[in-house]
Each structure stands twice: as C-alpha cells, then as structure tokens.
Design a protein around this ligand. Structure first.
Ligand code: SF4
Length: 511
C-alpha cells in the first residue's frame, strides 16, 4: 500500500524519489536506514546518483561540532534547488530537529517537514500531509512512539547489518546532548533483537553490529544486569552469523561477565570500542563520568588477558572546560599506557543545552589545538607501532566493495579484518576474485597508522571463501540490472525478505 496520492502532483506519472543525507554518528546512519526503509515502504524510490531527488531528508546530529552551521548551510543550497524543482520537498529530522523544533522553520521556512528522534516512522505521513495541506508540518514527540528497529529498513550493506538494542541514555555526561534529545534508556526485549538478527542473517548478512548509547547497561530496564553478556552469547549461537560487534560500552558499567562472553563466543570479534574521554580523574569527574582512569586501564588489562589480539579503540575529548596542562598530561599518560589501536579525538566545543556549555574556564582555541595535535601525533605513533606488530600475521578480510582512488590505482581490494582493522590486499594472478561479502585470507606485509597492506610475498593465489553475503551481493547486482540472479553458491539459499541491499562495511565512531 502506498501512502502517496500522486494524482495531483507534478510527478504524478512517476514514482517520487528520495535522498537521505546523514550527519553524525553511526546511530544516525542506522536511523537513516530506517528512514529510507519507511519511505520505500510508502512507495518512494531512492534517487539515482547525481539526480536531484523529489524529497531530500536531512538526518541531523546535535552532538558533533558545527551541526547548526552544517544544517543551515545545506538548507540554504536546497532552497535554491527547490525553486527550480517543481514539487520538491525537504524534511529535517534527528537530534538537531528534536532540539531546535520550530526554530528550523523560522530560519528556513522553505522546509516542508520537521520531525524528531522519536517519530521517524511518521515521515511518509508528514510528507504527504505537507503536500496535501500545502503547509509545513512539525511533529516532535517527547517519548518514543515505535522502537526504531521495528520500522522497515533499507540496509546499506548486504554483508553487514546494525541492530539497535537500546535507545537513550541514563547517564548525564556534562558535554553530551544525547540524554535530553534521546531520552532515558529504553531496552528492546532480547527475543525481538535475536529475531531481527535472524532475519538479517536469512537475508545474507554475516556480520552484525549491536548499537546502543551504552550497550552494557542493556537490561537495566527489565532488571537483568547480566543481560548484555547473555545477549552476546545468544547472538553467537545464531547459525550463519560469523561476526558480532557492538558499540559503545561505558567503562562504568563494564562488567567481567561481558569480557567472558566476548572471549567465549567465537562469533564476537576481538574488538572493543570504549570511550575514555579524558585520562584525568578530575576532568572525568567534571564530565560526570563515574569511572576513573585506573578502572578504565584495568578493564583493558582484563580484556587483553582473555583476548590478547583484541584491537581496542576509543574516543577522547581535548580541551574540556578547566582542563589544565596537568590534566592533559594525564590523558597523554593513559593513552600511552592503553595502547589503543585507534582513537577518535575531538576538540571540545560548546553544545548549547549541555551543562558544560555554561562552565567557566572555557579554553582558548590555540591551547586546545596545540594539545589536540600532540595527542594525535602520539596516537598515530602508537597506532603505527601496533599495526607493525601484525606484519607477517594471517588475517581474514571481509571484502568491501572496491571503491576509492587507492583501490583504483593499485588494483588492491579492501575490507575489514576480524579486529576491525582496514586491510588493503593484492589480488594475485590466478586468485578467484572475491565478491563484496566474501572472506579473503591474506598475510599482512606492511603497516601504516590507519590501515594494513597485505601484498603477496610469492604471488600465489589468495584463498577466498565464498559466503552467503557474497551471494546476496550477486543477487542485488542482478536485481539492480533487472536480470535474473545467479543461483546461490553451495550453502547459500537465502531469501531476500527485506528491501534491496547495497554495499558498504560499517566502521563505527562512538560517542
Ligand atoms: S556521552 Fe554517552 S554515556 Fe554520556 S550521556 Fe552521552 S550518550 Fe550517555
């Protein structure tokens, strides 16, 4: 059924097209898949690359720096496009919409729909109402209407899927806008999560990433403090699911049963992304993050004791209000000790509406910049050293679609190793070319700070394992060309119950 009445519109004789532009974190990318799925369920079609869509949806983020500038800059460009494009609609959703509400319509009255983080499923109805009434629609709910994962999805990857296990957050980090925009933590029932994972696997996925603002407090809503570890184990028992990742855990809520579940569940990948934010206990306190650096490092020790090859990454904020040179040196000390494989580093900037925004002692930009550069240099050195330790080791790479200049110039393919590291590998003569979603077994030959190279030492063909995800990719290609799909390889036989699939391997920066 379609919610669209296209008979009176300029595009009446064809299906209306959409484009979703995503600003922000992985949570937002996942929400955008839901928005795309809702639109397709309502009869819209994704606009072809380079062709202006009839409906442009901007899924905003209020967490990252310059979110406002980015949104209003984009809306300015779209205003001009809309003047030339009869029947075009613009919708703004996500965190910034939840925060700014009607301000968006005041500043950009050419916007047709503003919706919040709790009512993503209403987008097609709001677009239809705006067209019918000829009037902008604003709908922001203060509580979650439908759990986002129960909305239709248009997945961006055949091999990989994201599954929300919770939304919202019960913490009150002083720099963070999430609790006021996404509300208190709401946990999905384990049965719902597992059946969604099962559907993804039936659909060809071999990798899932479990998403939540604070995954290891999962279960707090239904009174089971050990629920996250149990969930990992239960997901690990799903046949056909080869790689489980999750993001992000909070150090304060990280318990040893989760480490045991990670180590004892083969499908859980040796990877942990755990935000540090600061190495200074004084700053952690000011951030209202209830762990201290010693606890953080203790978790890393226990993870590495059980999973020596785990790649650990983190998020760090530099220049929080009141951060002294000594505080920053503490961060440098902890980073040196933690030996992160990689880190997402941010310069603190004021987020209106957060407690930290009104703290005294906001630091001068030059001070923050200098510390930031020192931290980046340190982390880059450590990342490089950690990657160099992998030279000569065998890694299993989940192949991503060939894209980007690097691959074109070198004829290498790319993908993620089990620990999440990016690997570029040479396809030696005689090798069976892997499809995106297949697994290639290669040996690391070189290391850079941000990726590994696996070029063959002897030119022998590389072993490739064909997977159901590769079969799904084949069928997706065939569908998009409107030719019959190949029969699946042995062991395939999957059904595509969900909307058509596209490629891309997720890499998650956390909060
Ligand atoms: S930083 Fe993470 S844990 Fe802290 S309030 Fe924001 S979402 Fe919650």
């Amino acid at each position: 059924m379609t919610l669209l009445d296209t008979t009176t519109e300029p595009t009446a004789d064809r299906q209306r097209t959409y484009e979703v532009r995503t600003f922000g974190c992985q949570m937002n990318v996942h929400d955008s898949e839901r928005l795309s799925g809702s639109l397709e369920a309502a009869g819209y079609r994704r606009a072809d690359d380079g062709v202006e869509a009839d409906v442009v949806v901007i899924n905003t983020c209020a967490v990252r720096e310059n979110a406002d500038n980015k949104l209003y800059g984009t809306l300015g460009h779209l205003a001009a496009a809309k003047r030339e494009h009869d029947g075009m609609q613009i919708a703004v959703g996500g965190c910034l919409a939840q925060k700014d509400k009607s301000v968006i319509l005041d500043k950009a009255p050419w916007v047709d729909v503003v919706f919040g983080t709790h009512n993503m499923g209403s987008l097609p109805t709001l677009l239809e109402r705006a067209r019918h009434n000829g009037d902008a629609q604003l709908e922001i709910l203060e509580a979650l209407e439908v759990f986002p994962s129960t909305l239709p999805t248009r997945r961006e990857s055949a091999a990989s899927g994201w599954v929300s296990i919770s939304v919202g957050c019960n913490n009150t980090c002083t720099f963070c806008i999430v609790p006021s925009l996404r509300g208190k933590e709401r946990d999905r029932r384990p049965g719902d999560i597992l059946s969604e994972i099962g559907l993804l696997v039936d659909d060809g996925a071999i990798e899932v990433t479990l998403l939540g603002q604070n995954v290891n407090s999962y279960g707090v809503e239904f009174g089971d403090r050990l629920a996250f570890g149990k969930l990992l184990r239960a997901a690990g028992a799903i046949e056909g699911l080869e790689r489980i990742r999750f993001t992000s855990p909070h150090p304060a809520a990280f318990t040893d049963d989760v480490i045991d579940a990670m180590a004892e569940t083969p499908a859980v990948m040796p990877q942990l992304h755990m935000p540090l934010q600061s190495g200074s206990d004084r700053i952690l306190k000011a951030m209202r993050r209830s762990y201290r650096s010693e606890r953080f490092l203790g978790i890393l020790d226990r993870v590495r004791a059980k999973m020596p090859h785990a790649a650990i990454s983190t998020d760090i904020i530099v220049g929080f209000p009141g951060e002294t040179d000594e505080d920053f040196e503490e961060t440098m000390r902890v980073v040196e000790q933690a030996r992160f494989g990689s880190a997402f580093t941010f310069q603190y900037s004021i987020r209106p509406g957060t407690p930290a925004a009104t703290l005294p002692d906001q630091l001068p930009k030059a001070v923050v910049q200098e510390r930031y550069e020192r931290l980046i240099a340190l982390q880059e050195r450590i990342s490089h050293e950690e990657n160099q330790k992998l030279i000569g080791t065998a890694v299993e790479v989940l192949v991503a679609p060939a894209e980007g200049r690097r691959d074109a110039e070198t004829s290498r393919l790319s993908g993620r190793a089990e620990d999440g590291r990016l690997v570029h590998f040479e396809l030696t003569p005689g090798s069976v070319e892997p499809r995106p979603g297949d697994i290639a077994s290669v040996v690391v030959s070189r290391a850079a700070p941000f990726y590994l190279i696996a070029d063959s030492a002897n030119g022998a063909p590389i072993p490739v394992r064909r997977t159901r995800a590769g079969d799904a990719w084949d069928r997706d290609q065939a569908e998009s060309c409107a030719v019959p799909a190949h029969a699946p390889a042995a062991g395939g036989g999957v059904s595509l119950g969900l909307p058509s699939l596209r490629d891309g391997i997720p890499l998650r920066p956390g909060l």
